[in-house]
Design a protein around this ligand. Structure first.
Ligand code: GLN
Length: 280
């Protein structure tokens, strides 16, 4: 079937052409995972032969990809904020869109050792990226799914951010601090009827991390209302949401009494996060 690097890539690209828009890249990422090399190796040594074990695992992984399994699940990892996060089917796969939430949080005028809460942390991508940039922040991250808590803790250990507190909690249920300066969340916000749930990687992600009632607004609204009891005066709430949800969420936050409510776009120019601040 194939023996060398270039033959393997050609074979895999053709296997994946139908299911993936990035067949060639997918093939490369899987092969690099199998041979434990940097990308340049593929083009420097295209005639290198793979050993039997490598051929077997490559073939197996490409077959999983051909059935739709996300690349991140196959290689067990996804980069976010230039940090490697371990990933598994218990959580959402970190998205580049969410980096704008991290960037927005980092730009807030917060105290040196601000108390920060991340709700529904999943892999821990948001909380651990913030911790990586702001060593003095006192960050708590929660998730209601016990497997997600375990994964976030594993990422915390791997990324060496022991100061981040990770606990199991259904939103605020197990949170006992009432003076956060910042609460962030990337909650589920997709309407369960949304047809894009039947395409691509989302089919392999937990529904609990993706969809919410009230056309995707239920958790956004719940968090916006409940957060008021957990924020210090002048504290910020920063929520990720769908590109069509900004206006309604801003109205809700204004009605709840948040001030300076504003939406930030992601790098694809879609409305992606909305920020508000409690009165002082
Ligand atoms: N942005 C993700 C998507 O569209 C959804 C993330 C979420 O629901 N929090 O697939």
């Amino acid at each position: 079937m194939f023996q060398t690097i270039s033959e393997a890539l050609e074979w895999a690209s053709s296997q994946l052409a139908e299911i993936s828009e990035s067949a060639k890249l997918d093939a490369e990422v899987i092969l690099l995972h199998v041979i434990h090399k940097q990308r340049s190796y593929l083009y420097t040594w295209p005639d290198d032969r793979l050993n039997g074990e490598q051929i077997d695992s490559f073939t197996q992984m490409v077959s999983r990809r051909a059935l739709g399994t996300p690349i991140a699940h196959i290689v067990g990892e996804r980069e976010f904020w230039s940090l490697p996060f371990m990933v598994n089917p218990s959580t959402l796969i970190p998205r580049p869109d969410t980096e704008i939430l991290v960037e927005t949080a980092l730009n807030l005028p917060l105290a040196h050792s601000a108390k920060v809460l991340d709700l529904g942390t999943g892999t821990g991508a948001i909380a651990l990226s913030l911790a990586y940039e702001r060593k003095e922040w006192q960050i708590t991250a929660v998730d209601k799914v016990i497997e997600a808590v375990a994964l976030a803790k594993a990422n915390r250990d791997h990324l060496q951010q022991p100061q981040v507190k990770i606990i199991q909690s259904d939103w605020f249920d197990a949170v006992d601090c009432y003076d956060f300066q910042l609460i962030v969340s990337n909650p589920p916000y997709i309407d369960a009827e949304d047809e894009h749930l039947n395409q691509g990687d989302v089919r392999f992600e937990p529904q609990s991390a993706l969809t919410a009632d009230e056309h995707g607004f239920a958790d956004l609204y719940y968090i916006a209302a409940a957060a008021k009891d957990y924020l210090a005066p002048g504290g910020y709430l920063l929520l990720e949401h769908g590109f069509g949800q900004a206006l309604q969420l801003r109205d809700k936050m204004i009605a709840l009494g948040y001030e300076s409510v504003a939406t930030v776009r992601d790098f694809g120019s879609n409305d992606r996060c909305t920020l508000g601040r409690l009165p002082r």
